[in-house]
Write a protein that binds this ligand. Structure first.
Ligand SMILES: Nc1ncnc2c1ncn2[C@@H]1O[C@H](COP(=O)(O)OP(=O)(O)OP(=O)(O)O)[C@@H](O)[C@H]1O
Ligand code: NI
Length: 260
């Protein structure tokens, strides 16, 4: 067996007195699409931010995170790309789409500005943004929410990160656009061989395309396993309740797809 991409051991994270994440053990397999699910406040984003080195300074971390497949500590932005939920804050309103994606390429790939702009346009094509050449000159407010999220994804993958973290990246979008973005992420990680950490509170979205699922509650990892095993025989009553609360999952065809 190849070494895990990332190995998390006894990870505890505190912002204040209480642990936001308590003694989490989790391996992330290279190339897998791992979904983190769980209700609001369960610690999903805390785990993602810890991996990406994006915790606030006052946060205290105990435990160990190693990157066996990488063989060194990841450089955030270059080895790990991050896409957030908030379509407003991840893009700068006063910079053009082209400038922001090119800036990411320039910074992480050490390209000259002209090359970075050419690369940015290719990236906009890769995320299937309509009319990438003219979109380069557009400002964020001129795009739809789904288009802005495509731009954020383009910036996140500019340096070809080994790990892409999407934290509720589709939650602010309507259902049809959500599905398009999930489809895009799925295609990109397959083509680029990226590992995807997909965070959602929506178990239906997670089960639609992820390989494995990790269920969080109150800062603890409740269970982790393949989508098939977790959906068909959840080990924990909490997971069973999450599944049962989702009508789409308790009715065909999804269960039929998942059942052995
Ligand atoms: N920057 C912060 N400062 C203080 N407490 C925080 C901070 N970020 C998160 N927390 C707390 O840590 C706990 C875990 O929060 P976290 O954001 O990781 O959960 P989550 O599963 O991502 O929730 P959501 O689905 O709402 O995004 C919560 O109790 C939350 O209030
Ligand atoms: Ni979150």
């Amino acid at each position: 067996m190849s070494p895990p991409f990332c190995s998390v051991r006894s990870l505890t994270v505190r912002y204040g007195r209480e642990a936001a994440l308590g003694a989490v053990d989790l391996d992330i397999v290279r190339g897998e699409r791992l979904a983190l699910i769980g209700e609001s406040g369960s610690g999903k984003s805390t785990l993602a931010r810890t991996l990406a080195g994006l915790l606030p300074e006052r946060a205290r971390i105990e435990g160990e995170i190693t990157w066996p497949a990488l063989g060194r500590a990841p450089v955030p932005g270059r080895d790990i790309g991050f896409v957030f939920q908030d379509l407003g804050t991840s893009l700068n309103p006063v910079l053009t789409i082209g400038e922001q994606v090119a800036e990411a390429a320039e910074r992480h790939l050490r390209l000259g500005w002209r090359q970075a702009c050419a690369h940015a346009e290719e990236l906009l094509e890769r995320v299937r943004l309509p009319q990438p050449a003219s979109a380069m000159r557009a400002f964020p407010h001129q795009l739809s929410g789904g288009q802005r999220q495509r731009v954020a994804i383009a910036a996140a993958i500019a340096a070809k990160p080994a790990l892409l973290i999407a934290d509720e990246a589709t939650s602010a979008l309507d259902v049809v656009v959500q599905a398009e973005i999930v489809d895009l992420l799925d295609g990109l990680v397959r083509e680029e061989g990226m590992t995807l950490l997909f965070i959602t509170h929506d178990i239906a979205i997670a089960s639609g395309f992820a390989d494995r699922i990790a269920v969080f509650r109150n800062g603890e990892l409740v269970e982790a396993g393949t989508i098939r095993s977790v959906l068909s025989s959840p080990a924990e009553s909490y997971t069973a309740a999450l599944i049962a609360s989702h009508r789409d999952l308790s009715t065909p065809p999804l269960i039929a797809e998942v059942a052995p």
